[in-house]
Design a protein around this ligand. Structure first.
Ligand SMILES: Nc1nc2c(ncn2[C@@H]2O[C@H](COP(=O)(O)OP(=O)(O)OP(=O)(O)O)[C@@H](O)[C@H]2O)c(=O)[nH]1
Length: 390
């Protein structure tokens, strides 16, 4: 693992804001957040109702208005939980967290008002003053960025300051000690939330990226492409696939060693990454085979992209420690474009494979576009990716 300054900078950036996360990771995090928010809302809503008899037992006059407040909060939490269970985007989850924290804090403000804190304070009603602590701590279950986490903490802090200002307790020594304690707990919670996020990012990387090149591995590549392909297809846009294979790569390994082969693979992926658009999906299909999915890209444009990549790779001079001369490599590319709404990704991949076969057979260092007239490849030469995509 590279432990340079830029590595730490990138890691820190990912923890600070979601702006630096890959969209696939955001989708994964949204799924994770959604389950927790829904569970939290339903559980809190149920506990809120179950607490009503306890209030009735321990608080005299104030228990009736509190019971109404509890029922209202419970209804709001059930609604937030239900709404969140219907959505799956990261923004929907963020909105749900915002709504959850705001409603809990509104409840805190209103209960304190109903209890007349601090004038009618007793041991039990004092518990209501500790609600912000509870809110802060329960949020540790959410993997949030520092920015998201700080926003949540600010909402809680503002409502607490408001309550203390209203009750005239803001400038007391006791309030300051409480704030100090809460700030420490707040920092610990931010730390826990970002640690959770960090762990998620690491696990996600291990599960989805190829360790040698750092691009998507085969499983992730096909998962993302399938989703992307279906979205593009419903909008009747063209979708192109470039299947790329390094030429005579076995020779590189045999002549210069496996380490040199690894450096070539890394140099190749870096070069392709520099040319790809943000919406393109690039990954390692296996060995020296790579796929670049080009959403909303016509056959002509796909041909231009292939030409550009081939020229780039042809001009590359790859320095390998211990070798007097830099290495030169070429690639062959099979291109296939889906235009029809009813196409299937596995069929498009199979067509790209046939086109690649043709490019290899025609002398390598060239691209070939799948042509329906050319369906001459025998069954035995097809690759087993159909099962993987389906
Ligand atoms: N160094 C290195 N080599 C790999 C890796 N994965 C696969 N290979 C090698 O890639 C080579 C692929 O060779 P072949 O499938 O025979 O194809 P080729 O020599 O590129 O020939 P053509 O594709 O027909 O041009 C094999 O020698 C594999 O060992 C890897 O991660 N690192």
């Amino acid at each position: 693992m590279e432990l340079s300054l830029s590595y730490y900078k990138a890691q820190l950036g990912e923890l600070l804001t979601a702006k630096h996360h890959a969209s696939a990771f955001s989708t994964t995090r949204a799924t994770y957040l959604r389950i927790r928010i829904v569970a939290l809302c339903y559980l809190w809503a149920a506990l809120c109702i179950l607490w009503i008899p306890v209030d009735a037992l321990l608080l005299d006059q104030a228990s009736a208005p509190l019971a109404i407040l509890r029922l209202k909060l419970s209804a709001v939490l059930f609604f937030i939980g239900w709404l969140t269970s219907q959505r799956s985007t990261l923004n929907a989850c963020r909105n749900a967290i915002f709504a959850l924290v705001v409603s809990l804090n509104l409840f805190y403000m209103l209960t304190n008002h109903a209890l007349g804190y601090p004038h009618s304070i007793d041991a039990f009603s004092y518990c209501y003053n500790l609600l912000p602590f509870v809110y802060v701590v329960i949020l540790t279950i959410l993997p949030l960025t520092v920015k998201e986490s700080v926003c949540v903490m600010l909402i809680i802090a503002v409502s607490q300051i408001y309550v203390d200002a209203q009750s005239g307790a803001l400038l007391s020594f006791e309030t300051f000690t409480l704030y100090w304690l809460q700030t420490v707990i707040g920092f610990l919670v931010i730390w826990t939330q970002t640690s959770k996020l960090h762990m998620m990012l690491r696990l996600y990387r291990h599960a989805t990226l190829d360790p040698l090149t750092g691009i998507y591995n085969r499983r992730m590549l096909l998962t993302l492409a399938k989703r992307d392909f279906e979205n593009t297809r419903t909008k009747s846009r063209p979708y192109s696939v470039l299947l790329m294979d390094l030429d005579r790569f076995k020779r590189v390994n045999d002549r210069y060693g496996h380490h040199a082969g690894d450096i070539v693979l890394q140099a190749f992926t870096q070069a392709v990454q520099e040319t790809q658009r943000k919406s393109d999906i690039f990954g390692r299909f296996g060995g020296e085979e790579f796929i670049l999915f080009l959403p909303k890209c016509s056959a002509d444009n796909a041909q231009h992209v292939a030409n550009r990549i081939m020229a780039l790779i042809r001009d590359m001079r790859i320095e390998v420690e211990g070798l007097s001369e830099p290495l030169k490599v070429t690639i062959s590319i099979g291109i296939s474009t889906s235009l029809c709404k009813d196409d299937d990704l596995s069929v498009i991949l199979e067509q790209a494979d046939q086109a690649l076969f043709k490019a290899k057979n025609s002398g390598r260092d060239q691209s070939s576009t799948y042509d329906r007239v050319d369906e001459l490849i025998e069954e035995g030469q097809k690759r087993p990716w159909l099962e993987l995509v389906n």
